[in-house]
Design a protein around this ligand. Structure first.
Ligand SMILES: CC(C)(COP(=O)(O)OP(=O)(O)OC[C@H]1O[C@@H](n2cnc3c(N)ncnc32)[C@H](O)[C@@H]1OP(=O)(O)O)[C@@H](O)C(=O)NCCC(=O)NCCS
Length: 183
């Protein structure tokens, strides 16, 4: 039985993964200015304080509705939020999809790789998941690399699998399973 809840404390000395707070609005505002994030997520394309607070409320609702768990990625020392990571349950028992973004100013510092590591380890242990999968567009090399660094294996390419904005997109499927974690 899958058992998703907010984790007690996930951090590695540099990055903290924790529930979203209403004080994280600056992070949502910066994400709204990125060309890619609002298209593939529910980050508002036009930021207002109300839209930002509604985004944060939606992240808490993922847990209460049983859809999954959605968390902020923050600097461990300042606690300033710089990104988002989630595990959303798939229809198959024990399977979740992982999703993430980092605000442009905080990219290329290894932050998402650290957040994926913390979240995956927790999901496959306390979260009681058997499999975590990532769906990544073929041109998104940073996302592919971040999964590969964390031991996710590429399983194949699903053609015309997602609607992203107004277009259809292929995705590469990556997964890490509980048995991998024991190796
Ligand atoms: C994808 C994304 C989350 C990466 O976040 P990040 O914190 O910059 O990633 P990291 O710094 O942990 O880098 C991960 C790896 O990708 C590499 N990388 C980062 N940006 C890259 C780029 N633009 N092109 C190629 N490789 C890149 C890094 O060098 C690192 O690999 P290395 O350790 O072997 O050097 C971020 O670019 C983003 O939010 N993009 C928009 C939203 C998105 O695409 N989300 C994922 C959807 S599947």
């Amino acid at each position: 039985m899958t058992n998703l809840a907010y984790p007690p404390a996930l951090h590695d000395g540099v990055v903290r993964v924790r529930p979203w707070r209403d004080t994280d609005l600056l992070c949502v505002e910066q994400a709204a200015q990125d060309p890619r994030i609002p298209v593939g997520t529910t980050v508002p394309a036009r930021y207002t304080k109300e839209a930002g607070l509604a985004y944060i409320a939606r992240q808490h609702a993922r847990l209460t509705s049983g859809e999954g768990v959605a968390l902020a990625i923050a600097d461990q020392h300042t606690d300033q939020a710089v990104g988002h990571i989630n595990l959303m349950l798939r229809p198959q028992e024990g399977v979740a999809g992982i999703g993430y973004w980092i605000v442009p100013a905080a990219r290329r510092q290894g932050i998402v790789s650290r957040a994926i590591s913390l979240t995956t380890a927790w999901g496959l242990s306390a979260g009681n998941l058997a499999r975590i999968e990532g769906w990544v567009e073929p041109d998104n090399l940073a996302s592919q690399r971040a999964l590969e660094i964390n031991g996710y294996l590429q399983e194949g390419r699903l053609r015309s699998f997602l609607t992203i904005g107004a277009r259809r997109a292929d995705v590469l499927v990556y997964s890490r399973i509980a048995a991998d974690a024991q190796r």
